[in-house]
Design a protein around this ligand. Structure first.
Ligand SMILES: *[C@@H]1O[C@H](CO)[C@@H](O)[C@H](O)[C@H]1NC(C)=O
Ligand SMILES: *[C@@H]1O[C@H](CO)[C@@H](O)[C@H](O)[C@H]1NC(C)=O
Ligand SMILES: *[C@@H]1O[C@H](CO)[C@@H](O)[C@H](O)[C@H]1NC(C)=O
Length: 506
């Protein structure tokens, strides 16, 4: 009973440190440190066995949770005993910071998923739990040391088995991503690939490339950023790009389906042990997106290169030309540019995470100048395989007449080829002063229809198929947008674009 109480307190203190320690090293923190060192001694005294920084457990497809065979660097016999297959791919799964000192449940899930995709592979779980269990700043500081030990393991493995390092793929989560980076940079030869799953932010953000995961650490480095929500200048996941390709699902800051409550609120509702779940959901989503890409190969998510999250959210970046889009997760294509490339994607709240992205371009026209409108816009898409109804278009700016606006629309299912679009405009600020003025003036001039906003065409680009289509109003007399108006496909390509291209050629 006493042990449990101590553990509880330890848990809470560590989490507090995770949030606060990188902010400032005040007096209160060092008091906290002393307090914690006492607790750590208490816990450590329980086992007196000496520890290596890292252990290498070759897991088996049928027992993904169990550590049944360790590969011991310097001992070639252990490779045989664990039936290491030197002609197939090798994965090193590297966990992050831990409060419990135990593997989290995702480890076995990721091992299973890797074996599901690559049956003959060697999936090795790197166990650096003992070091990772320190309080956050200490664990973060030790990532280099652990990485160096993994690098020595890689050097030995290469020598003992002759495996081509191109076949070696390091997958690191949170602090483990930086461990993987150090392992890669200290290995004598370059490893094939490192995947960083929401690499940890505190103590690494803004640091020199040598002190964190970076594109130099492997032939190809890909990164998923899922919890970069900054608060008080501190973000759990690193915000800056650190790989060759950096993907920011849902903008990277926060993930759908993860309940954003303040940690204190959660404690009062769910008790102390829940405190860690709040950041963990979005942080851990990076792993589940990667698992999804392994097991749902046919439903791979696409991500698109974009200058900013804001532009992506307006649907402006759904092009795949010149490597501007890529596959999320395991099947990513290894595009190496000199500068990091930022890609964005939207996802569902659960597996399979893939969605369909649509850019919707609408030209609003009116005989009377109107601006500052914030209507509620609803769209339904009808395709050959199904339909999605009443999707809200998110306004990123106020609507102005005689201007084309661009929106991003996301469908959670495959509706096949688009046939029809239904569109509805509801003025939420109906009684705003400018609207009243318009109403009065048009009533005064005797033609209230003049102030009506009209939409004649809707242009749509689909990210997943790269198709562009134009939709024209079905019944030209039904111009009042207050009711749902139906648009049917009138052109497969945006004619203006092709015309311009033709003119340019002659
Ligand atoms: C090792 O892996 C290769 C494929 O990578 C496979 O063909 C071979 O059968 C495996 N060997 C053993 C002993 O399982
Ligand atoms: C609408 O506004 C634009 C610029 O704000 C102006 O050039 C144009 O003449 C106006 N049109 C009418 C009909 O008021
Ligand atoms: C908007 O454009 C249409 C067609 O080009 C034109 O008839 C109308 O007067 C314009 N409206 C304003 C307010 O300028």
């Amino acid at each position: 009973m006493k042990g449990l109480q101590v553990h509880c307190l330890y848990f809470l203190v560590l989490d507090a440190v995770f949030y606060v320690a990188s902010l400032e090293e005040g007096d209160s923190i060092s008091t906290l440190d002393n307090l914690m060192d006492n607790f750590k001694d208490l816990i450590r005294n329980n086992d007196a066995t000496p520890h290596a920084y890292a252990k290498f457990s070759l897991r088996k497809p049928l027992m993904p949770e169990d550590d049944i065979c360790y590969i011991i660097p310097g001992n070639p016999e252990s490779l045989k005993e664990c039936t290491f297959n030197s002609t197939s791919k090798t994965f090193l799964v590297i966990h992050g910071w831990t409060v419990s000192g135990l593997f989290e449940s995702w480890v076995a899930k990721l091992v299973s998923a890797l074996y599901k995709r690559e049956q003959e592979a060697n999936v090795i779980v790197v166990d650096w739990l003992y070091t990772a269990q320190n309080h956050y700043p200490v664990a973060a500081q030790n990532t280099k040391m652990v990485g160096q030990e993994i690098a020595r393991f890689i050097d030995w493995l290469e020598e003992a088995t002759n495996i081509p390092l191109e076949n070696l793929h390091l997958i690191g989560y949170s602090l483990g991503a930086h461990v993987a980076g150090f392992a890669g940079s200290h290995a004598s030869n370059k490893v094939g690939r490192i995947t960083g799953l929401d690499p940890a932010g505190p103590d690494f953000e803004g640091e020199h490339a040598h002190r964190r995961l970076s594109p130099d650490d492997a032939h190809f480095v890909d990164v998923l950023h899922t919890f970069t929500r900054g608060s008080l200048g501190l973000s759990i996941g690193i915000q800056q790009p650190v790989g060759h390709v950096d993907i920011y699902p849902n903008g990277g800051s926060f993930q759908p389906g993860c309940n954003l409550q303040s940690p204190l609120e959660t404690i009062s509702k769910l008790g102390l042990f829940a405190i860690n779940d709040v950041p963990r959901c979005s942080h851990e989503r990076s792993i589940h997106l990667f698992i999804d890409s392994l097991v749902n190969e046919q439903e791979a998510s696409m991500a698109y290169r974009c200058g900013s999250k804001e532009m992506f959210d307006r649907g402006m970046c759904l092009s795949c030309r010149r490597n501007h889009c890529n596959t999320v997760g395991y099947d990513i294509s290894k595009v190496r540019k000199t500068r990091s490339v930022k890609l964005y994607t939207k996802t569902r709240a659960s597996m399979p995470f893939r969605v369909y992205h649509y850019q919707v371009k609408i030209h609003f026209s009116s005989k009377v100048n109107r601006s500052e409108m914030e209507p509620s816009l609803t769209v339904s898409l009808i395709g050959t395989k199904g339909e999605v109804e009443d999707l809200k278009l998110t306004l990123k700016e106020k609507i102005t007449t005689n201007k084309t606006h661009s929106f991003l629309l996301v469908a959670e299912k495959d509706i096949g080829d688009l046939l029809m679009v239904k569109f509805k405009w509801e003025e939420s600020t109906s009684w705003s002063a400018s609207f009243m003025l318009n109403m009065v003036s048009s009533w005064w001039s005797g033609d209230s229809a003049e102030s009506e906003v009209e939409v004649h065409k809707i242009r749509i680009r689909v990210g997943e198929t790269q198709k562009k289509m134009e939709f024209c109003i079905k019944d030209p007399h039904a111009l009042s947008l207050q009711q749902e108006v139906t648009f049917v496909k009138c052109k497969d390509e945006w004619r203006k674009t092709s015309k311009r291209v033709n003119l340019g050629n002659h």
